[in-house]
Design a binder for this molecule. Structure first.
Ligand code: PMP
Length: 300
């Protein structure tokens, strides 16, 4: 599940504060807040067929994250859209593209933690890359990591910030265990999410997903909850224990980068689906594909 280098990305042009740079020249200052303290917020976007999927939802979440982080003079959504479309067109990336959009607190006048040292404005980075969905569509394996997902008592998971060490440590555990990704529990021992995706389980024809208390309220997660309603499947948000995940009929993870990916094993327990079929996951994936094929903000 290690992402490959795609030659299409060899000469990617990256937007940084109004200018486009070749990937080799695209750099931020060593005084930038993202270097100094991971002091930034971000979004991952996906482009399908000349449209950016769920763009307004992503930009609204970016604005909410920036507000919670007390960023000042945040560019509005329309300004970000213009920069995004300019970047995509300059790269001729109009489908099968993933965009990493990062907004940092900007450059500091001297090294230090205090946001009052940030006197040069925010740094907006738009990094598009050719990237088809990254996970194996046949399914992935998970291990449960010992690293717990932050509770709002520590860092609120509703801020989509760049302090990703929590999740990176979990990912290292899964790498060392030879699994594809790490299931993270909350501080009470209930499942929270996978290190870079949200998680769902199916039991007895119904879908369940953890509360968003200790996970990112993912845009894809929200869409899946919506799709369940649309196609008449009950979806409940609740505390879900690990044993319930081990004994689930189907499990899948959700995220912009990998869309809806089945999970075939958790901690060595095969997820029991009937005759190799994952009927509920399939129905949700089909509806997701239908929506992704027609929805989204046109790149103009
Ligand atoms: N959880 C984490 C920790 C993530 O980083 C992401 C991707 N940004 C997700 C879940 C999935 O969120 P989304 O569906 O909005 O891409």
């Amino acid at each position: 599940m290690l992402q490959p280098f795609y030659p299409q990305n060899a000469d990617v042009k990256v937007y940084i504060n109004g200018e486009l740079y070749h990937r080799d020249e695209a750099k931020v200052s060593v005084f930038d807040s993202v270097v100094q303290g991971g002091d930034a917020v971000w979004e991952g976007l996906r482009v399908y067929d000349n449209r950016v999927f769920c763009l307004d939802k992503h930009l609204n979440r970016l604005q909410d994250s920036a507000k919670a982080m007390f960023f000042k003079n945040v560019p509005d959504n329309d300004t970000i859209k213009v920069a995004l479309f300019q970047t995509l067109k300059a790269n001729d990336f109009l489908t099968d593209t993933h965009v990493r959009l990062t907004l940092t607190r900007g450059e500091k006048i001297t090294s230090g933690m205090d946001p009052r040292l940030n006197q040069k404005g925010l740094t907006l980075i738009i990094l598009p890359e050719y990237k088809p969905p990254v996970y194996d569509s046949n399914g992935v394996s998970l291990i449960t990591s010992t690293t717990r997902r932050n509770s709002p008592m520590c860092i609120d998971s509703k801020i989509h910030h760049n302090n990703l060490i929590n999740n990176i440590l979990a990912k290292i555990e899964s790498n060392l265990a030879g699994a594809d990704a790490a299931l993270m529990l909350d501080i009470h021992g209930f499942a929270a999410e996978v290190n870079g995706t949200n998680i769902f389980m199916v039991k007895g024809g119904e879908v369940h997903t953890p509360h968003a208390h200790a996970c990112l309220p993912g845009i894809t997660r929200g869409l899946v909850i919506e799709i369940c309603k649309e196609i008449g499947i009950t979806c409940t948000q609740r505390n879900i224990s690990l044993a319930e995940f081990h004994a689930a009929d189907e499990v899948f993870m959700t995220g912009t980068m990998g869309e809806i990916t089945p999970v075939h094993t958790i901690d060595g327990r095969e997820i029991g689906y009937t005759n190799g079929q994952r009927p509920i996951t399939k129905r949700i994936q089909n509806r997701f594909a239908e929506r992704a094929a027609v929805e989204g903000t046109p790149i103009v």
